[in-house]
Design a protein around this ligand. Structure first.
Ligand code: HSE
Length: 308
């Protein structure tokens, strides 16, 4: 096999209180990829469909960097051409860079027959993610690889627990972040009373996910002492949006991953009302109409497809 076509889903990392630990895969949006193996060494990346401003130098592109790590880790001879068909918004906290890194690791493993374990391929993908965030965190890549709800239980060595919740209806208000990454602004320490609350909130997310209880999932993702206070400070009107979305029937709302997109968990019959709030409340990103995506969780991660 010399070529493989793939799709890899967007993901919501942190998922409320689970900073660098939780992530959920989405049914949409997703990106598609064509990956070819070459006899000659070296990695080439091409981006099609309107995001040609993304870097394509392999060591500055998440798919390219993941591919370089794949060849370094496995020692297999050869190289790769990676074509990325982007549909998901970039730099918005929806795991776009993670999906590219995952597709590269997954695709090259198939093309070169290396049959690495999922945890090893996720580790390779997380090294690729460092091209965008500067830190090799594993939440987005784990969810994009495996689908479902993931818990990064241990980072080195990588240990992931995974749950398959029933469909969770979600509204996403896409918003690009104003900084490449605001991770560095998150304080290193929390007072003990906040640590206790954060532990309780994380436990509540896992319990609600295991129970498949939509109302409790919404309630549990609505609070966070670590990422939300920092990331929401870059989202003008965030507090008002949260209040209005909850009044419109959302069960919980928080910042998606590193921001600045915002996601809300909704009962199915409230999706449209919450989407309307999301469309009307936040200011429009420079030069673009507000993008609101009505979607749901997905237990399907990266996978081969048979046409682009
Ligand atoms: N856990 C990461 C962060 C996700 O919050 O920085 C980045 O999308």
């Amino acid at each position: 096999m010399n070529e493989i076509l793939l799709r890899a889903p967007a993901t919501i990392a942190n998922f409320g209180p689970g900073f660098d630990v939780f992530a959920l895969a989405l049914a949409a949006p997703f990106d598609r990829f064509r990956i070819r193996r070459t006899d000659a060494a070296g990695v080439a990346v091409r981006i099609v469909d309107g995001f040609e401003t993304l870097p394509t130098e392999p060591d500055r592109n998440t798919a390219g960097l993941a591919a370089l790590h794949f060849f370094k880790t496995t020692g297999v001879p050869g190289g790769a051409e990676i074509e990325i068909h982007k549909a998901m918004p970039i730099a918005s906290g929806l795991g776009s860079s993670a999906a590219s890194a995952v597709a590269a690791a997954f695709g090259l493993d198939r093309l070169f027959g290396t049959r690495l374990a999922a945890a090893d391929l996720i580790e390779i993908a997380s090294q690729g993610e460092a091209a965008s965030g500067g830190a090799a965190h594993a939440d987005n890549v784990s969810a994009s690889y495996l689908g479902g709800f993931v818990i990064v239980r241990n980072r080195h060595p990588l240990r992931i627990d995974r749950l398959e919740p029933p469909d969770i209806p979600i509204v996403v208000r896409v918003r690009r972040k104003s900084l490449t990454t605001s991770r560095g602004l998150i304080p290193d320490h929390l007072p003990l009373d906040r640590v206790k609350e954060q532990m309780a909130w994380c436990a509540a997310v896992v319990h609600a996910m295991a129970a498949g209880d939509l109302a409790r999932i919404g309630e549990a993702i609505n609070r966070d002492h670590i990422s939300e206070p920092v990331r929401s400070s870059y989202i003008a009107g965030y507090a008002a949006l949260k209040t209005r979305a909850l009044e419109a029937g959302a069960l919980g709302l928080n910042v998606s991953g590193g921001g600045s997109s915002v996601f809300a968990i909704c009962p199915p019959d409230k999706l449209e009302a919450v989407a309307a709030v999301m469309r009307s409340t936040l200011e429009t990103d420079a030069g673009g109409a507000p993008l609101v995506i009505v979607t749901k969780s997905s237990n399907q991660g990266v996978r081969e497809i048979h046409g682009l």
